[in-house]
Ligand binder design. Structure first.
Ligand code: PEP
Ligand code: CO
Length: 446
């Protein structure tokens, strides 16, 4: 690999998972336009996140990265954004109250609009049509016409990301995330089982603490109680888009991809000599590397060396997604090898992507119990190897969808027909997410 990096040097490397855009001229106009539009995030915030991720690796903070598998333009509205944020705030308060650690919140939000696919085509009623690749590329509707990649969707994705981020910032700094609202975050997610009682108890505990602080004169108006940081992330898949938002930070003179605070490289696109690794090695954002069960250790080490030649803490999060059945056989040796080599990584568990299967209806689903099992194994393995389990990466929504089966609400296969709304992978609903946070708090404290 040539050491000279530029924001377009990835173009000289083999690339996977890119759409076949029909109109190159229009595409060039789109990227030209985006490259002149404002950055979505500020490099200073990105650096703060890197510090928090480094702190998570040493056990000081805990990372909760969560959101849709694929965001949708049609759900870019106040209600949807509010509902997702609410469940993430709820989970984070459960984890920080029970786990006694600051929770670093990172959404799969404000830009998670492009998806890698295992197959370029799908069969609908005997007709083969191009696969859906995320709203920034084509339309979910199952027709050949709707699935044609449309460059104008990239511009729309940029503006919808900006609108989403604006509301996220308003909610998190404008008072909604105030601890005094802790009770209000539970509407719609805690009604039908034990979590509501647990959450009520937690709310009572927090209210008591706030009243005590007030009584001794600390007051309720301090920013820590009324505001929270919330970071954004998505898979850096469409490299032309990422390049168009890559800018030099005037404070440090370094390159940052300003489309999100954190970017990750998917399990399908992390080839050491591939375009995605080439692009990401040059931007100074914290990077997530997804690791599925088929990884090769030498290849992975070569990716880590390229992405983080100075072995900086906080730069790389290894997001393992091995599956509840395989994690025990694979993770211990991986953790040992990374420790033996002295490679600094922050260990994050994605218990979703290794546990996907199709129900008899053909709908993709995941079992809540497999998700918990993978989390538990991850925790035990990391701890017994002398490393730190630093966070969780989840696909979830604030809505009452029926996409993952199991949990206390006992969603079963036939319920998948009731409210299955994901255009890609199945997500935990708000109740399952809150239930998971309580179980995780227990795992953390064991
Ligand atoms: C995802 O996070 O939605 C995804 C496609 O993940 P992976 O690259 O781990 O398969
Ligand atoms: Co997914």
């Amino acid at each position: 690999m040539n050491n000279d990096w530029n924001k377009n040097s990835w173009k000289f490397y083999p690339i996977k998972q890119q759409p076949l855009w029909p109109n190159q001229n229009l595409l060039n106009d789109v990227f030209n336009k985006i490259s002149k539009l404002p950055a979505l995030v500020f490099a200073g915030e990105t650096r703060s996140l890197e510090t928090e991720i480094a702190d998570a690796a040493s056990g000081k903070t805990f990372i909760l990265q969560a959101g849709d598998c694929s965001e949708e333009f049609s759900r870019c509205n106040g209600v949807e954004i509010h509902d997702l944020l609410k469940v993430i705030l709820q989970m984070s308060i459960i984890l920080s109250y029970a786990g006694e650690r600051k929770v670093v919140k990172i959404g799969r939000i404000a830009g998670q609009y492009a998806k890698p696919r295992s197959s370029s085509f799908e069969n609908i009623n005997g007709i083969s049509i191009p696969s859906y690749r995320g709203d920034m590329v084509n339309c979910f509707e199952p027709s050949a016409e709707a699935r044609r990649p449309d460059p104008n969707r990239i511009i729309e994705g940029y503006f919808r990301s900006a609108a989403t981020l604006n509301l996220v910032r308003a909610f998190t700094s404008g008072g909604y995330a105030s601890l005094e609202n802790v009770h209000g975050w539970s509407e719609a997610s805690c009604h039908c089982y034990g979590s509501n009682i647990k959450y009520e108890d937690l709310v009572k505990g927090i209210k008591k603490t706030l009243a005590f602080m007030d009584s001794i004169g600390i007051g309720k108006k301090i920013p820590q109680l009324n505001q929270t940081s919330f970071y954004t992330s998505h898979e850096a898949l469409l490299l032309d888009y990422e390049e168009a938002l890559t800018r030099i930070d005037t404070t440090t003179g370094k390159w940052y991809d300003t489309s999100a605070h954190m970017l990750w490289v998917g399990d399908r696109t992390r080839q050491p000599e591939g375009a995605h690794v080439e692009f990401l090695r040059g931007v100074h954002n914290p990077i997530g590397v997804k690791v599925g069960p088929a990884f090769e250790i030498d290849e992975l080490k070569s990716v880590l060396a390229k992405l983080n030649p100075t072995n900086k803490k906080g730069r790389i999060s290894l997001i393992t997604r091995l599956g509840a059945c395989k994690i025990k056989d694979i993770l211990p040796e991986l953790v040992r090898e990374i420790s033996r080599e002295g490679i600094n990584v922050t260990w994050i568990c994605d218990p979703m992507h290794g546990n996907t299967f199709k129900g008899s209806s053909g709908k993709k689903t995941r079992r809540y119990e497999d998700i918990i099992r993978e989390i538990r194994e991850f925790w035990e393995i990391l701890k017994s190897e002398g490393s730190v389990p630093a966070g969780l990466h989840l696909e979830l929504t604030g809505n009452a969808v029926t996409e993952c089966i199991g949990g206390n609400s006992k969603i079963c296969f036939s319920d998948l027909e009731l409210n299955y709304r994901s255009t890609c992978d199945p997500r935990l609903n708000a109740e399952q997410a809150v239930e998971l946070a309580f179980e995780l708090a227990e795992i953390i404290n064991e």
